[in-house]
Design a protein around this ligand. Structure first.
Ligand SMILES: Cc1cc2nc3c(=O)[nH]c(=O)nc-3n(C[C@H](O)[C@H](O)[C@H](O)COP(=O)(O)OP(=O)(O)OC[C@H]3O[C@@H](n4cnc5c(N)ncnc54)[C@H](O)[C@@H]3O)c2cc1C
Length: 389
């Protein structure tokens, strides 16, 4: 790997290089702002989101009628990649929520909700997991009871690990609307405004000192039927669509971040030749192989998306590859760079801590293996865990 082949090379079937150049020119005029004293990471990223949107760099693959640019997944991926290559923070992590709305919301809801999601006027979070329902999402107990006149629901329950709910305006919420039918047909999705009476958000501090996680308590919260996304019972399909997009390595801008760190490690090895043991050198070599496999996979996945395939269970393979590449890379980086060099906008140690969560968020690595065994390899199932289905 050399510096020259670091950006993902998809060829240039649709003016991608021109788009990358446009972004580089825009970045030259709009440098990444400094984080203000006391500004939370989520607040900083929100400011960056708005700035990116002002340049037309958010929602490239969202239709123009909903505030996007109506381009393809390939354009979106190329932009994420270019931002990482330029060491800028990535695009806002809203692609998977936008896809859920595009596929399940009514035209009126898409028109009302999507443009504000793209501008950053409304910040969204994902309210799926509960204290007793993470991997086994079908075990959720949050319940939305329909009122006698049928006009609204009253929701009670608790969500957990809801990322950045304290900074959000809306939650894509899953709740059961029927306690007597199987979970896969009794879960319903809602767009819940978080300023609604009865909603309490309590942030939790994580090991990296970030308060990303929140508990979300719902006590007699009223939600209108016009705030339901899709039909009653569509929530399971919506959830699977959302996580399949979320498990994707493409939209995150992570690939160039890994590529830059690897290049830095290779530089260190060259400069400290003879000082480092062979084990460390081969560990870096293994990271390079992980990275190349991930990049090859990302290219293939992009081609599939361009051919019109929506994200499916094969995104579990992406998630496992990304997790392995990321965790090994930061473990190795800490061995090569014991002084915790700061790179690509964040201290390596902070990135290392967050990389430990990669095998949990969006569905754990064990669950991804279950999905691969069941859905891709069609092996017989030994367990009924629902995030595996
Ligand atoms: C950084 C981060 C951000 C997150 N953000 C959000 C968010 O915004 N919204 C949201 O809804 N959730 C979010 N989550 C929650 C995440 O989806 C869950 O943590 C995850 O699905 C696992 O659920 P759990 O924590 O309840 O663990 P459990 O489901 O209790 O699992 C515990 C362990 O048992 C294993 N296990 C469970 N079932 C099986 C099985 N059938 N076969 C083999 N092993 C099994 C798991 O792999 C795991 O190792 C986030 C998590 C993290 C780490």
């Amino acid at each position: 790997m050399s510096e020259n082949d670091m950006p993902l090379d998809f060829g240039d079937p649709a003016g991608l290089e021109a788009l990358r150049e446009e972004l580089r020119a825009w970045l030259a005029e709009h440098p990444v702002p400094e984080r203000r004293p006391g500004e939370e990471p989520a607040e900083f990223l929100h400011r960056w989101h708005r700035l990116l949107h002002s340049g037309g760099w958010v929602g490239l693959d969202v239709p123009e009628e909903y505030g996007g640019r109506g381009l393809t997944a390939l354009h979106q991926v190329a932009i994420s990649d270019e931002l990482g290559t330029c060491r800028a923070p990535g695009v806002p992590r809203i692609g998977y929520l936008a896809h859920a709305l595009l596929e399940f919301a009514s035209p009126e809801q898409r028109t009302r909700l999507l443009p504000r999601m793209l501008t950053g006027d409304d910040v969204w979070c994902q309210g799926f997991s509960e204290p007793g329902a993470g991997s086994d999402l079908a075990g959720m107990t949050t319940y939305a009871r329909r009122s006698d006149d049928g006009r609204h629901y009253v929701v009670n329950g608790q969500k957990l690990w809801t990322s950045y709910a304290q900074h959000s305006d809306y939650c894509l919420l899953l709740a059961r609307t029927d306690r007597h039918t199987p979970a896969h047909s009794s879960i319903t999705a809602f767009a819940l405004p978080l300023d609604r009476a009865g909603v309490t958000v309590r942030p939790l501090k994580a090991a990296n000192r970030d308060d990303e996680f929140c508990e979300l308590f719902l006590d007699d919260v009223t939600i209108g039927t016009d705030e339901r996304i899709g039909a009653e019972g569509d929530g399971w399909r919506l959830a699977m669509t959302t996580v399949n997009y979320e498990r994707n390595a493409l939209d995150t801008g992570h690939l160039p971040k890994y590529g830059l760190l690897l290049e830095h490690l290779r530089q260190e090895l060259r400069e400290r030749r003879g000082e480092l043991d062979d084990g460390l050198v081969s560990a870096v070599g293994r990271c390079v192989v992980d990275y190349q496999v991930l990049v090859a996979h990302a290219r293939r996945r992009t081609a599939e998306r361009l051919a019109g395939r929506t994200a499916g269970p094969e995104s579990s393979v992406d998630k496992l590859l990304m997790t392995r590449a990321e965790q090994r890379l930061y473990e190795t980086a800490l061995r090569v760079l014991p002084d915790e060099l700061a790179l690509a906008g964040g201290a390596v140690y902070g990135e290392y801590l967050y990389s430990r969560a990669a095998s949990v968020y969006g569905g754990t690595s064990q669950i991804q293996r279950n999905i691969i065994a069941k859905r891709l390899l069609r092996l017989p199932s030994a367990s009924q865990s629902s995030r595996t289905s």
